[in-house]
Design a protein. Structure first.
Length: 249
């Protein structure tokens, strides 16, 4: 929902700008300071969420941040403790327990995106960062794609180079891998947890939630045991003998 009395960051509301989206507030500040030319970027706040206004090579830029994941997975239709379930959807994290604080970041990005004509994702360059950026682009900015900054440090020189050499599109292999990881984690966790919980209820008559998932089940124990075996291995010298003759044997 767009607040009617919201004042757009640039003096002229008809003037469009580029919106750079970061994963964390600290990254937004670093990028804004690095790209700003001649003076510090103008720092503003909406509902105690900060964003920055600046110019870089005559381009008007607004830098704003998420605060980690702004969207999470949830069942489309809750049908009680049944399994298996695979029908899920992405919803704002503010609608998920213990993540209400993310709502004000969603609202600000919604407002800022209304007057932006260019969008650049500058989240961390990994699977999680790609999912965070992609979900903001499609659900908040209502776009199918965006430019992509790629950097490994928050040094000024690297951030400037990352912006000026930004990819024209998101890293789609990372997007697909990240979405798949989230969905498989959800499928694995919710279905195993419900199966374990209901098995205990059916055998004992007591309802006790048993949580399981990708890093809680036996797979992790198997990997840990294998790692111990690898570390405990003591190598021993051995020889391979090769016989060379003039005539065929």
């Amino acid at each position: 929902m767009i607040t009617k009395n919201f004042k757009y960051p640039l003096k002229s509301q008809s003037k469009m700008y580029e919106l750079i989206i970061t994963e964390k507030p600290s990254s937004a500040q670093k990028i804004a300071e690095s790209l700003s030319e001649g003076k510090k970027p103008e720092k503003k706040a909406e509902n105690k969420v900060f964003y920055y206004i600046l110019k870089h090579k005559k381009q008007d830029i607004v830098v704003a941040s998420a605060v980690g994941h702004l969207f999470g997975l949830k069942e489309k239709e809750k049908k009680g403790w049944t399994y298996p379930t695979f029908d899920v959807k992405w919803i704002p994290s503010s609608e998920i327990k213990n993540a209400e604080y993310t709502g004000k970041y969603i609202h600000l990005l919604q407002k800022l995106s209304q007057k932006a004509d260019k969008f650049t994702v500058a989240t961390d360059y990994d699977l999680e960062g790609e999912v965070i950026g992609y979900n903001i682009v499609r659900f908040i900015c209502k776009r199918k794609n965006a430019k992509r900054m790629k950097y490994s440090t928050l040094t000024k020189d690297e951030l400037i180079e990352s912006y000026e050499k930004a990819s024209k599109h998101l890293d789609w292999p990372q997007v697909e891998a990240g979405l798949t990881r989230h969905e498989l984690d959800y499928y694995y966790g919710i279905n195993l947890s419900r199966a374990l919980t209901l098995s205990i209820k059916n055998s004992t008559g007591r309802f006790k939630v048993m949580s399981s998932g990708r890093v809680q089940g036996p797979t992790l124990a198997i990997l840990a045991q294998r790692e111990k075996e690898i570390k405990a291995f003591i190598s021993k010298p051995f020889w391979q003998l090769e016989l060379l003759t003039k005539n065929k044997i």
